[in-house]
Design a protein around this ligand. Structure first.
Ligand code: ACO
Length: 402
């Protein structure tokens, strides 16, 4: 078997090969009017496994930007399109592609890879850790009243419904402002907005867009939603950097006539929305799950790029079994900046690179993973101290689908 990086000439073969293990993408490069989703592929970042002259596996990555704690933005490889033909499964094709890809991404100078896992058992072995989490709220409309609040008093502005084709530039601008302020959020390629107005591909329901404008008429948020069943309105995403605007858009969705239930997808776990209902138990919480997986390719660069809140030192003994690497780092934080150098000092924590990926965006704490038996704390204060250093002022969240 050979693994090679693809070129633009491989585009159709790549997509057609990928369709076999997944078998449910709506558009192929050859379909009538299709190919929109695949137009954003970066073929010089993709790879194919070839056996006996035929493609048997695919993997690729987008060149995204990821927002880190401290509102710092870093390039991140968005790993995608991973598939192995059913005839070649469990023969090590994925493992070989992952090894090739991680080496390739490092050679490109990238410090972080991220992905969405089709099954959560797959990627830990390759050094990815679950780093952001999400949930879905289902609200019966007859229980959807909001409690009176200051946010309501502060909210002002208007909501307008626009066809996607007319408003994609507004959506792109609003999304870009939101994602730069939200740790865990990813950039969206310009091409996606241009051709697909940013909507995820797998849906058979037409999506509508409600744009919120502030008191001066400037767009500051939007909701993307569809009527998925006769009586159900599903909100795919509410995008805004402002809490009052978020509430206004949620209320807009919950105020729809001829709908008995509203499903709000991709709600951050600690989001204030839940607290705004007059009846706290009105929203049923479901699909509480991990979303973005993070893999550090260059630990010192990743740690020195994110923002930090508390001064201190921590010695991390990091094991990377998939790449056969083991390094000990001294992390020193002063005035919100970190230095990270190799050291021989005794470690505070020993951890797998997958666990470092999980705590990197502050989505979970080091002490949680110590309690889970993943991270080893070498003295009584180590976990608490690490929690203090790794904390961030905002929980990470990602709702981008790729
Ligand atoms: C970022 C994304 O694109 S996510 C999308 C991933 N793709 C899919 O879900 C499409 C359908 N599935 C597939 O195409 C394939 O089954 C893949 C890509 C998930 C796995 O490919 P394979 O070539 O079979 O994996 P490979 O043989 O390298 O397996 C490596 C190890 O992972 C394990 N593994 C791989 N996939 C799975 C799985 N779905 N469930 C449980 N274990 C798995 C294997 O058992 C093996 O374990 P071992 O090292 O202990 O023996």
């Amino acid at each position: 078997m050979e693994i090679r990086t693809t070129t633009d000439q491989d585009h159709d073969v790549f997509v057609n090969t990928l369709h076999i293990p997944f078998g449910r993408f709506p558009d192929t490069p050859n379909a009538e009017g299709g190919g929109v989703w695949w137009a954003a592929l970066e073929m010089d970042r993709n790879l194919m496994a070839v056996a006996d002259g035929r493609p048997v596996g695919t993997a690729g990555s987008y060149s995204f930007e990821l927002t880190l704690p401290g509102e710092v933005v870093i390039p991140a490889a968005g790993v995608t399109c991973v598939g192995v033909l059913p005839s070649h499964r469990r023969q090590g094709v994925l493992s070989a592609m992952m090894r090739y890809q991680l080496a390739d991404l490092r050679a490109r100078g990238e410090a972080i890879a991220v992905l969405l896992a089709s099954e959560s058992v797959i990627y830990g072995r390759f050094g990815y850790g679950p780093a952001t989490y999400t949930q879905r709220l289902t609200v019966p409309r007859h229980r959807a009243a909001f409690a009176p609040s200051r946010a309501e008093a502060a909210a002002s502005g208007s909501i307008e419904l626009l066809p996607r084709a007319e408003c994609w530039k507004i959506l792109e601008e609003v999304y870009d402002r939101y994602r730069r302020a939200q740790p865990g959020a990813l950039s969206r390629p310009h091409r996606w907005w241009e051709v697909g107005a940013g909507q995820p591909p797998i849906s058979s329901f037409p999506r509508r867009v409600a744009i919120h404008r502030d008191a001066d008429g400037v767009p500051d948020g939007y909701a993307s939603y569809s009527l998925t069943e006769p009586d159900t309105l599903t909100v795919d995403e509410i995008i805004t950097a402002d809490d009052a605007t978020y509430s206004a858009l949620a209320r807009f969705a919950l105020g729809h006539d001829l709908v008995t239930k509203v499903v709000l997808k991709h709600i951050p776990l600690e989001h204030p929305l839940r607290w705004q209902f007059a009846d706290f138990s009105a929203p049923q919480v479901s699909d509480h799950t991990e979303w973005l997986w993070v893999r550090l390719l260059d630990v010192p660069r990743a740690l020195t790029t994110r923002g930090w809140l508390t001064d201190g030192e921590l010695v991390l003994d990091v094991d990377d079994p998939f790449l056969g690497e083991h390094n000990r780092y001294l992390l020193t934080i002063r005035d919100n900046k970190a230095e990270c150098v190799r050291t021989d000092r005794e470690p505070d924590l020993s951890l797998d690179v997958r666990d470092l990926g999980a705590i990197y965006l502050s989505g979970t704490t080091p002490s949680t993973l110590v309690r889970a038996g993943h991270i080893r704390a070498h003295h009584a204060e180590a976990a608490k101290h690490a929690d203090t250093l790794f904390r961030a002022d905002r929980a990470p969240h990602c709702l981008h689908w790729f």
